[in-house]
Design a protein around this ligand. Sequence first.
Ligand code: NAD
Ligand code: ZN
Length: 359
Amino acid sequence: MHKNFKNIDKVVFGRGSFDSMDSILAEKRNENNKFFLFIVDNYFKGKALEKRIPLKPEDVLMFIDVDPYEPTTEQIDNIRDSILKNKGLPAGIVGIGGGSIMDIAKAASLMFTNEGSSTKYQGLNLIKKPGIYHMGVPTISGTGAECSMTAVLTGPEKKLGLKCDWTVFNQVILDPDLIASVPRDWWFYTGMDTFIHCVESECGKLNNAFSHAYAEQAMKLCRDVYVNEGSGQNATNDEKLMIASLMGGLSLTYSEVGVCHALSYGLSKILGTRHCYANCIAFNHLEDFYPDGVTEFKQMIAKHKITLPQNLSKDWNDKQITDMAHVAYNLPHMWNHAIGSDWKEKITIDLIKGLYKRL
Ligand code: NAD
Ligand code: ZN
């Protein structure tokens, strides 16, 4: 079966492109109850960007603190319920922030038109109806959430995305100026998420000419940002990182992620470790799966003087490690890609527990 994926409907890229939002939204404002819901990372509250949001009197502006927890199903249900109760159905929703805010915007867009709790829809193609118009504006680059067909939510039972064609944004604004203020450690961890997306997309059974083309270019951009002469956090590299994030995301969309992401999901679900940071912690110890990628990763760690914690597992009990291993094991699409269709013969819960014990 060939994958048939939906891409973002429209993308605008460039410095200052944030200010095209007003005219882009103008033609959508007559839909439903004729107001927009803006969901914005709390970091921007009181900052200059807040004043540039094209807010009309009828609109709703919601600041959300994404620290320390990743988006939850309960949070999405509450946003949907309170907006529907007080204002009715929005014309559309705009998410301005990192992967967390973009996932909230994507998930809320779907949940405005699909009844019941979002926990019912965690999985592939479980959503019944298209959501409302939704726009994503990344302010930190790396996860590829701006282009992916999933909105990752942590629910009472699982950390799993609402995944379908309708999840993909109708519009994305890529303005590299917005990522200039990202703290250095997050700039590193989120950028490494892109790098790891590319390594995992390339090193697996589903790699193909389409996913390879994106991964190759995204890796090249990552090397400019993190390795080559002129590397570091600066305006030119912010442009490159923003595009690397998009292309890394498109690469894995047409291929798949692998062992590192499986382990990372376990860390996030059981210990609440943030996605990009969890990936860095896991990837650092996966040289037998991804030798070249891990070598390069360690060079980047050294170059940017990033310190990753060691011997974390000594503080974890056996139940936590077992629970994490089960979360990771239950991501068959990742193992299938990374190891092959006979992965169950090679990958066991005990083996995965051993991988966690390396961390
Ligand atoms: P994030 O949205 O969690 O934000 C990380 C931190 O950076 C927060 O403290 C935030 O306030 C801050 N921040 C954001 N923009 C900033 C800016 N311009 N200046 C200063 N600080 C800023 O970061 P993320 O790593 O992009 O997203 C992680 C989330 O994305 C997780 O919830 C994960 O599950 C999800 N994710 C989704 C996908 C997908 O395909 N949908 C893929 C990977 C990860
Ligand atoms: Zn990732």
